[in-house]
Design a protein around this ligand. Structure first.
Ligand SMILES: N[C@@H](CCC(=O)N[C@@H](CS)C(=O)NCC(=O)O)C(=O)O
Length: 207
């Protein structure tokens, strides 16, 4: 059985969602962030030297990095939730799979870190804000054209994008002025597998 090393309020929530969508059996090993620093507890370093979540264990292997985990699970499920058949959707699938952690999360994380730096942090955030707007406009324009990030079907690209979009919603000003993105998020949050994943992972909050 797959073991998910799950940190509260973290990227590993989307691994739980993916496992629920695929109906693969798993067990959750829970870890709690330090309430002050928000860092993971040292026990996670016993799983993998990076000490980050998500990490999964399957068949004696430890796998880290949400994107790599998601691709591993697509393969394990014989391609379910993987790249769609048509070329344009498949290209978007691959792009969003990487974009979530490669481009969108870094600017959101930068804002989060700066928001904890007194005085100068506030000034620096003013420089970051326009960068975030460019990303949120891009996402909105994409979702205005199709129901899911890759195309007509929900894929692992949507699962990867769920975490940064949730972070943007709670901490970076994503609101009803970007109606397609909000509609996508509400659609995702209403999915039965998503709800089950929330129950499995525990309360999910950014505030
Ligand atoms: N790019 C990695 C990022 C992993 C990561 O930074 N995870 C965060 C949780 S959202 C974490 O473990 N933070 C706790 C810490 O850094 O101590 C991934 O997508 O898996």
């Amino acid at each position: 059985m797959i073991v998910v090393h799950h940190l509260n309020n973290s990227r590993s929530q989307r691994v739980l969602w993916m496992l629920e969508e695929l109906g693969l059996p798993y067990r959750v090993q829970r870890y709690e962030r330090d309430p002050k620093t928000l860092f993971a507890p040292p026990e996670l370093r016993r799983v993998h030297p990076l000490g980050k979540s998500p990490a999964i264990e399957d068949e004696g292997r430890v796998i880290v990095e949400s994107g790599a985990i998601v691709e591993y699970l697509v393969e394990k499920a014989q391609g379910r939730l993987g790249a769609p058949a048509d070329e344009a959707s498949a290209l978007r699938y691959r792009m969003f799979l990487h974009y979530a952690e490669g481009s969108l999360m870094p600017v959101l994380l930068l804002k989060l870190v700066l928001s904890r730096v007194p005085l100068l942090g506030g000034l620096a955030i003013k420089r970051i804000r326009p960068m975030i707007e460019v990303h949120l406009d891009f996402v909105e324009a994409e979702l205005a054209q199709r129901p899911w990030f890759a195309g007509e079907e929900m894929t692992a690209a949507d699962i990867m994008m769920s975490f940064p979009i949730e972070v943007a919603r709670h901490r970076a000003g994503l609101d009803g002025s970007r109606p397609h993105t909000i509609a996508w998020l509400e659609k995702v949050q209403a999915l039965p597998a998503y709800r089950r994943a929330i129950e499995a992972g525990g309360a999910y909050a950014y505030d």
